[in-house]
Design a protein. Structure first.
Lengths: 346, 346
């Protein structure tokens, strides 16, 4: 065990798109655990789109990261020292450690992991926040019915792939959207999507809509929204009456200045969007999964066995080393990842 | 009983704002009732904002009125001839008669009215489609809780006044929006709104928002949406987390070219709207009351007694004569009415 820990802090707020200049590495001694505390050596850092929003000083559902503060987020690692009765060195745990090699947290804030049940990295993806987000949004807000059609973007990512696979298991037609032919092939071959459309091959919302219309001959009943932008504009006119739109993210707009950005829309006006919600009796529900962790045990009980049986599959992109975390994060915001983006530290 | 009936047909589709030129009066003999049919002499025609949408040839939740076809809508009147076992001359009935002095309909399409229970005109307003729309949207989609704050526009109209009064009875703070000081005084004095803001005294969404912020010190939990436009833009940033937006109309946009209009928004962008739904976990539900008439008996059982006891009040604007129907309708679209707009024919 080293005596020094490294972490990445927010050096400055982005103006427009985020860049590596917005981050800085700091080094400090690994602390000794206080009463009830546990020191963890982090094995995997989770990188997630919502972190981009926290870099801005805009009103959102979570306080922004202060300039000079550590970039927050989930991680998994091994306990190396403990003053908490529930944890001993050698145990594995999930916690909100942030972008850091080590963390010292109250043991009550950690969740024990059993590496024999699933690789610990899955606690950040398919069995963690993103998978849970997909499961909750689809089932609770999407209310899927057999024979319906679902559309979800970032189809090979940890949210989209969960949504698509669960929709297929529930008897829906699942149509994915992804960037590039390779991801589209993965969506259909690995995750079983009925079709997947390459948004890079369709520059405008109009072109993308035409491709979606072909892939959704019976219209769209559930649009699981995690991207906003061009995909939103393409899908809205294809929604069926009584359609549902669970809304958990708008990644395409994050780098335009954070949530609440005034990015220009391509062609779908606000009145047209609002009028479509009215005239097609749509149900649009924004949510963040952290408000719903009372349902997490139910999620694990449902998806855990499906993962073990191979009914649910997942993909991970693993970057190596703390110093490469900002680059991996920035690449993910541009769709550079295929599956769940992790950073391996050990 | 005259042998001739008069009706108003759609002479042409509006280009932009509707005008009297879009209508034409036609005269024809009153038909004799066929098997199962009933002839009604119409006493009151209902004028409602949704009728504007049907003048356009745009996709919506109902087929457009064909050019040359009668303007549709609800009415109440007296049976003058009947070949249906449930109706006799002298009975009163509600039906979708349209803008006409007489109608011949299958008796199964009519609903009997008891003039001893409530004036028959109330079947078009407080106890009819608009009142039911307010009741359903508030209770089913707004999910009101005591202590919360509700905002609704067209506060003295038949939907807004129902929503505001029911919200007050449920223990909410009810804030209305209306056009002009006189309507605002009616909203607070007659309907018991806690406050009412004159949108004509606040030209921009920003000014209106400042006034709303003062009137809603604890933010807005339910925005009952029936207008769109400037009011929508003013309210959205004031929504509280987990707020609800029942969406039954966007009257401010209808005359800009119908549902789906590409009217310019003043300052709220589509990404900002969409991001606010996400970050505040809002629930937006479009609906049309005709999908929910299974709940109508429950509405009558709830609101009927409240009307009789004076807990629920209502206002009517009554124009006189079929020939004045288009002018009354066009005036209503501009907010010229105060309460439920009717046309009296007898």
């Amino acid at each position: 065990m080293t005596d020094q820990m490294r972490r990445i802090v927010l050096a400055s707020r982005p103006e427009g798109a985020a860049s590596e200049d917005n981050f800085r590495i700091e080094t400090s001694p690994v602390p000794a655990p206080g009463d009830g505390e546990v020191v963890v050596r982090v094995h995997y850092i989770s990188l997630d789109p919502y972190m981009r929003g926290r870099m801005d000083d805009a009103e959102s559902y979570a306080a922004p990261v202060p300039v000079g503060g550590i970039m927050g987020g989930g991680g998994v690692g091994e306990v190396v020292a403990s003053n908490h009765p529930d944890f001993r060195p050698g145990d594995f745990a999930f916690g909100m450690f942030g972008w850091t090699t080590h963390a010292c947290e109250n043991g009550n804030q950690l969740r024990r992991l059993d590496p024999a049940q699933a690789p610990i990295g899955t606690a950040l993806g398919v069995l963690g926040m993103p998978g849970f987000t997909g499961w909750y949004g689809l089932n609770e807000l999407g209310r899927p019915k057999p024979g319906e059609t679902l559309v979800v973007a970032a189809a090979t990512g940890p949210v989209g792939s969960m949504v698509g696979q669960l929709a297929r298991l529930a008897g829906l037609r699942a149509v994915g959207i992804a960037g590039g032919a390779e991801k589209c092939a993965l969506a259909t071959d690995t995750f079983g999507f009925d079709a997947c459309i390459d948004h890079r091959a369709h520059d405008s919302a109009r072109d993308l809509r035409a491709a979606l219309r072909d892939a959704c001959p019976a219209g769209v009943d559930i649009y699981y929204e995690n991207v906003g932008g061009k995909v939103l504009e393409a899908v809205i006119p294809l929604m069926n009456d009584f359609g549902r739109i669970p809304l958990c993210g708008v990644i395409s707009w994050y780098d335009a200045g954070g949530l609440g950005a005034k990015a220009a829309s391509e062609g779908l006006s606000l009145p047209a969007l609002w009028s479509t919600i009215l005239k097609k009796f749509l149900s649009v529900n924004g949510f963040i999964i952290s408000n719903h962790y009372d349902r997490y045990p139910q999620f694990l009980a449902d998806v855990g066995p499906k993962l073990a049986s191979g009914e649910i599959r997942y993909l991970e992109d693993v970057a190596e080393g703390l110093e490469n975390t900002p680059a991996a994060f920035l690449s993910m915001l541009k769709g550079g990842n295929t599956g769940k983006q992790l950073v391996r530290l050990i």
